[in-house]
Design a protein around this ligand. Sequence first.
Ligand SMILES: *Cc1c(COP(=O)(O)O)cnc(C)c1O
Length: 402
Amino acid sequence: MATVLPFRTNSYVVEELIDWSRVPSDPIYRLVFPQSDMLPESDVIRLATLLRDGAAPAELRTAVHEVRMRLNPQPAGQLDLNLPYLDSQPMPGMQHKYPETLLYFPRQGQTCHAYCTYCFRWAQFVDEPELKMASGDVENLVAYLRAHPEVTSVLLTGGDPMIMSGSVLARYIEPLLALDQLESIRIGTKSLAYWPQRFLTDPDADETLRLFERVVKSGKNLAFMAHFSHPREMETDLVERAVAALLGTGAVIRTQAPLIRTINDHPDTWSNMWRHQVRLGMVPYYMFVERDTGPQDYFAVPLARAYEIFQRAYSGVSGLCRTVRGPSMSATPGKVCVDGVAEIAGQRVFVLHLIQARDPELVGRPFFARFDPQATWLTDLRPAFADRFPFDPAAPARRISA
Ligand SMILES: *Cc1c(COP(=O)(O)O)cnc(C)c1O
């Protein structure tokens, strides 16, 4: 499995988070250790045979590459999105999909403290150079932002930017503080769950916290977008102390995770997670639908079931937890939220809306899809009461022949 999918763990995850008496069904174990049923059986047999027979490295590499390419390594044209919004000049390591927010992938942040088996950016962590996107050019980022004053939020992502040392992180963040247009700097990270020592006992923990303080003092919001997949990740003493240290800098911690079959596909798991987050001072933000990449057949939860889990979890928590939105699909046209299932004019339909859209005109407008209990992604859905979805191109006008 580890020849195809990235695999990485650490002592904290292994010793503090995984309950070894419950392996292999333990959710944190499944979150980090690839399982043999995560790939098609025929691929597993082929790779195992090659490995057992001591195949030449080149032959193994070819087979591994073929298996990876069948796993849709770049969902929703991720590499195409390196072309920033409205600009024709490609900028590696940037995605400018929504006018107000720019995604930035620092070159030194292209790994994580441990890898999630369900990661939609898994292709970043395997040895396939043409599938990577990253940038190390802070000057280009600043120049791009000056040319695009509509950007008010920069989101550093990866990998995990918190894998970078405090001083490297500062090289990316300090130059942004002088830009008045920026209201917020966000950091997408799993470090609170996988390595809370990053903010407590690592040699640069203090330096990092001081950097966050400087962001806040500069008058910008430092939004720490923390990825928590399971309530267990919030139970250690270390994580509680790390959250307190981060909040002490004036940063806001917002939380998000995808809904994953066999790991967190139960309403109680989510309501417990949101409640615990609020108790520690964090703000629930997104529940995502697992993307159409990697071992998606293994992890996918049908949209109808995803909505049910969200609704049941959401209905049992206080309004302070209901800052969370979802289930949301990050798809090519934008972030599509499943609002519910309704019966309209005798037809069972999904009610949907775009939380984010490449075309801001479409944000927040309800639209409908035919109900399909098996559908797991936007591409499985068909429009209801219309011949296309609002984000689909209009049918070409019929040519009138003489
Ligand atoms: C989710 C996302 C953002 C941020 O969207 P918010 O709704 O502001 O959190 C920005 N860019 C891309 C490509 C995204 O997928």
